[in-house]
Design a protein around this ligand. Structure first.
Ligand SMILES: [Zn+2]
Length: 224
């Protein structure tokens, strides 16, 4: 399937086109017994893209036991209801997002551990795009899943105070990651899965974009 990227033996990224050249990602972690999912795409994404992959791998839909939403936006949560109905999985989201996502039934906080497939991930609270945006780090596999918390040149997606966003990105620079999975192919990277030096390069580039906005807003208000 050309809309599936195999990141490693157990980690797959399913890409759902949003418009030509632009897509959102659903990440799957295949464990021996359980399958973990990060974000669920649109209403049609589970049936069109994700369930066929799970079945093609000889697995059952009810192997999916835990779904984590990185934040409240539609392209990350609108597949929740179908997932819930067909897999019975628990859906977890940061406590600041839960009210906006009624399909979620478990709350996450910074530092919480979640088990996706056979990997343990730690929740990192990274507000900036949304108040309850989170990233997930697997410290063993050095894999970082960031949702829309790192959004490169898309300044319009920094919906909160730029300094809050920059502080979140600085937190991510402290994390040891060989692989970073973003939910969209943000520029300047132009792809959603980054490896090696590309990871910190993209985080730094995103910090620079936000810093320029801070400077121009200060200039705009006449501050010295
Ligand atoms: Zn998004």
């Amino acid at each position: 399937m050309d809309n599936v990227e195999i990141v490693s033996d157990d980690l797959y990224v399913v890409k759902q086109e949003m418009r030509p050249g632009w897509y959102c990602c659903v990440t799957l972690v295949f464990g021996e017994k359980n399958i973990g999912v990060v974000d669920t795409g649109y209403e049609n994404t589970p049936l069109d893209r994700v369930f066929p992959l799970i079945l093609e791998k000889g697995r059952r839909l009810d192997d999916v036991n835990l779904i984590v939403n990185t934040h409240r936006d539609g392209d990350h949560v609108r597949g929740n209801a179908v997932f819930k109905e067909r897999t019975g999985a628990t859906i977890a989201i940061h406590e600041l997002e839960q009210e906006a996502v009624p399909t979620a039934d478990a709350k996450l906080r910074d530092g919480d551990q979640v088990r996706l497939g056979d990997r343990s991930f730690t929740v990192i609270h990274t507000p900036g795009h949304r108040p309850g945006s989170i990233c997930l780090i697997d410290p063993v596999g050095k894999t970082l899943i960031v949702g829309d918390s790192v959004c490169g040149e898309r300044e319009d997606l920094i919906r909160m105070d730029k300094e809050v966003y920059i502080a979140s990105l600085r937190k991510l620079l402290q994390v040891e990651a060989d692989t970073m999975i973003m939910s969209h192919p943000f520029q300047p990277a132009g792809k959603s899965t980054l490896v090696g030096g590309e990871v910190n390069e993209m985080i730094r580039a995103s910090i620079e974009v936000a810093k320029k906005l801070v400077c121009s807003s200060k200039a705009g208000t006449g501050a010295k």
